[in-house]
Design a protein. Structure first.
Length: 187
């Protein structure tokens, strides 16, 4: 009898401790995060960019990454090419992406012109906080362009304009094939 009481007491304490770990946790943010960009033709028509594009979020501590758009070529093995979208490849650990993540974010290469992706924060489990958002596009060879911005998600609407970096440097003749990157959070 004492053994059963001990097991019952142990089980009760275990269940209380499991449930207590969830008390007070924040819920995912309500609202939508929109990330907008524009892809443009190369200024020199002899350069034909691949336009392989990825978009991802990192929390302010840079310890959490969430890929939200991955061009189809990159998702199906192009991530092994260390010249394409190099910053994302370093942080994404795409080899270990869950199938549902893979299916949800893999898209065709974005078309030339303006584009926007809308992310429902609640359904994507994006919690209130400050995030760095990134969009990286491959031009040719080892040339990429990366935009980075910061936006706060949570209690009120927010907007942000991203700044760019050329990797490893600006392509000598292609021009800015990725531009006008911004983010907007709406309740």
């Amino acid at each position: 009898m004492k053994v059963y009481k001990f097991i019952g007491l142990f089980w009760l304490l275990f269940m209380v401790s499991v449930n207590c770990t969830n008390w007070g946790q924040e819920k995912p943010a309500k609202g939508t995060l929109q990330i907008s960009w524009e892809l443009a033709d190369s200024e020199d028509k002899s350069v034909v960019p691949s336009y392989q594009t990825v978009i991802w979020l990192q929390n302010d501590n840079a310890d959490t990454i969430k890929s939200v758009l991955v061009s189809e070529y990159l998702s199906y093995g192009g991530y092994n090419d260390t010249t394409i979208c190099t910053d994302w490849i370093k942080v994404a650990d795409w080899d270990n992406a869950l199938e549902e993540t893979f299916d949800a974010v893999t898209k065709a290469t974005p078309p030339i012109g303006p584009d926007t992706i809308s992310i429902d924060c609640k359904s994507e489990n994006i919690f209130p906080g400050t995030y760095n958002y990134f969009i990286e596009t491959h031009i040719v060879e080892n040339y990429n362009i990366l935009y980075k911005g910061k936006i706060t998600i949570g209690k009120k609407p927010a907007t942000s304009t991203a700044e760019h970096v050329y990797i490893p440097q600006k392509h000598p003749v292609s021009g800015d094939v990725l531009k006008n990157v911004s983010a907007k959070y709406q309740l």
